[in-house]
Design a protein around this ligand. Structure first.
Ligand code: AHR
Ligand code: AHR
Length: 491
């Protein structure tokens, strides 16, 4: 029998709601066809809209309540100019997007995105162009968005019908600027020198903003160098990682590489803070994460990945990792939010929730705001096969045994303990819960399971959905094969 231990008296940290954030990039059908009908702004489709935005997508986001949504990229950032996407529609110019080899119509830009955020009740989170963009252009955008002065760009915003500033709080200093896939790649030395000047100037303009340094994966020289140079200038260090999913084992275990990335990044942040005597906390902003197979779902074709049950378990493990490291991870954005590598897919007049939607929405609903508590899988069977793909490549960043059960636990203010468990094994696992508290009542068991390859499609939307049942206070629990389970107890 497996054994899971939960120490409710050991609080790791409160779970910041911002770990359930999203990401909207101008690529594929994320914006056009996702947030707005494909033919926006000449609405000629059957999609029902609220204020010009797809109502089904707005409603789905309202259910999920992602606190922040990052925009407008991604790689797209590196050669976009915010000026192209504001002002009267008939003056907006289509531009070539060199990141994804599209023509961007620019009929959806800053003000449309912020309007969508207000309708959807999420907070916008912007990424600056540190590729082809310069500091002057970045400052102009921040003035346009955040200034209440009688100044040129604030007045330009007013002339576009937006009287009050948008007050965008979170800004990324570039996106993946280290990569050779970027329109304008730069070295870590150049980036660090620029990031300091940009941070200084941006804070002259708006001292209230929170700045995110562009990190890599959290295990690179880049991360160490830019943190050492810039730590006192920023509030967050960003890291990105996508986990493999060519096999069931890769999908469910590869997210564990991210756990090591977080631990190493935390150490690099602390080392840099120590060297520079910085008292302020700098947190991790994991602003792109997901399960992704770039070979089968290439970016130029819009990354319309269809996620199965193995991927769903991978997403659940990803979220467990953020909960387990709630002391350092303050923001995490699933990449992306609609159609592109996303938990929801749309077509004209229809929307489907993918398998990965379920752990994401359940954890977002039940875990936010509680305190993450210490957990340990004491004993359980492990994967014994050959490591392949990313698992083989990053073997030394993985735990020595890949246990089939993965868990996180959160206690809410009203003393409800939620235990969130992934069973990656293709067999049921019986487990004994060892807890330092008594259960007053079992509230509910929520279980999502299926065969590894099962997917939700437009034709069969409910193939993989949660099943809710009563829960006893018995401390022996069976976790179904290939399942995601939430156990909720009143303490
Ligand atoms: O989310 C897809 C892409 O992955 C983003 O544009 C980029 O930042 C990352 O490499
Ligand atoms: O597919 C191009 C780039 O390669 C992606 O944006 C990046 O994440 C990957 O490494």
């Amino acid at each position: 029998m497996a054994s899971l231990s939960i120490t409710t008296k050991h609080t790791i940290a409160p779970v910041d709601r911002k770990i359930f954030s999203g990401f909207v990039e101008h690529m594929g059908r994320c914006v056009y066809g996702g947030l707005v009908p494909a033919s926006h702004p000449e609405v000629s489709t059957s999609d029902e809209c609220v204020e010009g935005f797809r109502k089904d997508v707005v409603d789905t986001f309202r259910e999920l309540k992602p606190p922040l949504v990052r925009y407008p990229g991604g790689n797209y950032c590196a050669n976009f100019n915010w000026r192209d996407g504001v002002g009267p529609m008939n003056e907006r110019k289509p531009r070539l997007d060199l990141a994804w080899h599209n023509t961007e119509p620019n009929t959806f830009g800053t003000n449309e995105f912020v309007a969508w955020c207000r309708v959807t009740d999420v907070e916008p989170f912007f990424c600056l162009n540190m590729g082809t963009g310069d500091l002057r252009e970045a400052l102009a955008w921040i003035e346009y968005c955040n200034s209440d002065a009688d100044s040129y760009y604030a007045n330009l915003r007013r002339s576009h019908g937006v009287e009050k500033p948008h007050n965008i709080k979170y800004w990324c200093l570039g996106n993946e600027v280290y990569g050779d896939w970027q329109v304008a790649q730069i070295s870590k030395e150049v980036y660090a020198a620029q990031a300091i000047q940009w941070a200084k100037a941006i804070r002259f303009l708006d001292p209230s903003v929170k700045l995110v340094l562009c990190g890599q994966h959290g295990y690179n020289d880049w991360d160490e160098y830019v943190l050492q140079q810039c730590v006192e200038w920023v509030d967050f260090h960003s890291i990105h990682l996508y986990s493999d999913q060519k096999t069931h084992e890769q999908a469910v275990f590869a997210p564990r590489i991210a756990e090591t990335c977080i631990v190493w990044t935390q150490a690099m942040i602390d080392k840099a803070r120590h060297a520079k005597k910085v008292k302020k906390q700098v947190k991790i902003c994991f602003d792109e994460w997901n399960v992704w197979n770039p070979q089968d779902y290439p970016g130029d074709e819009g990354h319309e990945e269809v996620y199965n049950v193995s991927d769903m378990l991978g997403v659940a493990v990803w979220l467990h990792i953020f909960v387990r490291h709630a002391d350092i991870v303050e923001i995490a954005c699933i990449a992306q939010s609609v159609n592109v590598l996303a938990p929801i897919r749309t077509k004209e007049g229809d929307l489907v929730k993918q398998t990965t939607w379920w752990p994401y929405v359940l954890m977002s609903q039940y875990l936010r705001g509680g305190r993450s508590v210490s957990t340990h899988v004491n004993s359980c069977s492990s994967f014994t096969g050959e490591l392949t793909g990313q698992l083989a490549l990053f073997e030394n960043m993985l735990p020595s045994d890949l246990k089939h059960l993965d868990m996180a636990a959160v206690v809410s203010e009203d003393n409800v303990l939620t235990i969130s468990v992934v069973n990656a094994k293709l067999e049921d696992i019986e487990a004994d819960l060892s807890i330092d508290a008594e259960f007053k009542a079992g509230l509910e068991k929520i279980e999502v399971s299926g065969e590894p390859g099962d997917v939700n499609t437009f034709e069969d939307k409910e193939k993989v959905v949660p099943v809710r049942s009563e829960l006893s206070t018995d401390k022996k629990v069976t976790f179904k094969r290939c399942s995601y389970t939430m156990l909720r107890y009143q303490l």
